[in-house]
Write a protein that binds this ligand. Structure first.
Ligand code: R5P
Length: 294
C-alpha cells in the first residue's frame, strides 16, 4: 500500500511526520480569490493520503479540507485519513444555553462523512466518551501527549501539579501519577470568553514550591492567568505551564508572562512561540499500529 503525507502551507510538522513514516510529503496549494473563496489543488496521490492540518482557526480550514479530500480522491487516493493534531469544536459538546448548536456533533459528523479515518491528539472530550460517538462509520483515533509531556518534566524538585478545573483532571492525573508527583484539581466558573473564576482547594500546598499548571488546551490563556495569580498569592516559588495544545497568540502569551508564568511547554500540534515538543513519532507509531501505512 503506497502512502504519502499532504501538507498545506504550514509544512514543518507535516514534514516531520512524513520523515517519521519514511514517505513523501506532498503539497496542497490554496489560491484565495478576491471574494474570499478558496481554490485547492493537490499533487497526484498515492493509495493512502494522510492529509495533515491542525484545526486551529477552523472556519476557513474546514472548507479547504473538504475541497482537498475531494481533489485527493479524484487524483488517486483510495483512502484519505485526516491528521488533525488539534481538533476544533470539541468543547461545545452540549447546548449550554437555549438555541445553541452542539458544534461537536456537527463537526464530528461533517468529518466522518468525508474522511475514511482521523488521527488526533488529546481531543477535548469531556461529557462525550469517545470520538466514535460523534464520528460514526469512521476509524477515528486519538492518542495522548501525556507520556511525552511527562517525559519532558523535571520532577526532581518535587513540584506541585495543578489542573485548573475538573476537565483538566484526566490530563493532570496521567502526568502526575507515573512520576509519583502530588497534584490538585481546581474548580472553574466561566462567565465569558476571557472571564473565569477559579477556586483551587489546598492551594496552600503551593507555598515555597515550583508549581506546574497542566491543561489540555491554552486558548485565550484566561484559565492559566487566573490560576497563576492565585497560586503565586498562595506562596508558590514559581509557576510554569504544560499543555497539549497552545492556541494563544502573542498578546495573550505576553499576558501570561505578566501574570507570572515563567515557562510554557506544549506540543507542536499548533505552531507557536512557546517551547514545543514534536509529536511526529507518536503519530507515526499510531499510524503503523493501525496498519494505515505499511
Ligand atoms: C476547558 O475546560 C479546557 O480544558 C481549557 O481549560 C480551556 O479551554 C482554556 O481556555 P482559556 O485559555 O481560554 O481559558
Amino acid at each position: 500500500m503506497s502512502c504519502g503525507v499532504f501538507a498545506f502551507s504550514a509544512r514543518a510538522a507535516a514534514e516531520r511526520l512524513a520523515q517519521a513514516l519514511g514517505v513523501p510529503c506532498r503539497t496542497v496549494t490554496v489560491h484565495r480569490f478576491p471574494d474570499g473563496e478558496s481554490l485547492v489543488r493537490v499533487e497526484p496521490s498515492p493509495e493512502t493520503a494522510f492529509l495533515y492540518r491542525s484545526l486551529d482557526h477552523p472556519n476557513d480550514k474546514l472548507v479547504e479540507l473538504l475541497l482537498a479530500v475531494s481533489a485527493l480522491r479524484a487524483n488517486g487516493a483510495a483512502k484519505v485519513v485526516l491528521i488533525a493534531p488539534y481538533l476544533a469544536y470539541m468543547r461545545q459538546d452540549i447546548a449550554f444555553h437555549d438555541g445553541e448548536a452542539i458544534s461537536q456533533r456537527v463537526v464530528g459528523k461533517l468529518l466522518a462523512d468525508h474522511f475514511d479515518g482521523l488521527l488526533t491528539l488529546d481531543p477535548h472530550l469531556h461529557r462525550t466518551r469517545s470520538l466514535a460517538a460523534i464520528m460514526p462509520r469512521m476509524e477515528a483515533a486519538s492518542i495522548s501527549a501525556a507520556p511525552l509531556l511527562a517525559a519532558a518534566l523535571d520532577g526532581s524538585d518535587d513540584p506541585l501539579l495543578v489542573g485548573p478545573d475538573g476537565e483538566a483532571r484526566q490530563w493532570v492525573e496521567r502526568i502526575a501519577r507515573p512520576l509519583d508527583l502530588e497534584f490538585v484539581v481546581g474548580r472553574k466558573l466561566r462567565t465569558g470568553d476571557r472571564e473565569v473564576a477559579l477556586a483551587i482547594p489546598d492551594a496552600e500546598r503551593a507555598r515555597g514550591r515550583r508549581v506546574i499548571l497542566v491543561d489540555d488546551l491554552i486558548s485565550s490563556g484566561a484559565t492559566l492567568k487566573v490560576a497563576a495569580r492565585l497560586l503565586l498569592d498562595a506562596g508558590a516559588l514559581r509557576v510554569e505551564a504544560l499543555a497539549t495544545h497552545c492556541l494563544a497568540g502573542e498578546a495573550d502569551l505576553a499576558e501570561l508572562r505578566r501574570a507570572g508564568i515563567s515557562h510554557i511547554l506544549a506540543t507542536d500540534s499548533v505552531a507557536s512561540s512557546v517551547g514545543q515538543l514534536p509529536i511526529a513519532d507518536l503519530l507515526a507509531e499510531e499510524i503503523r499500529r493501525r496498519e494505515w501505512c505499511r
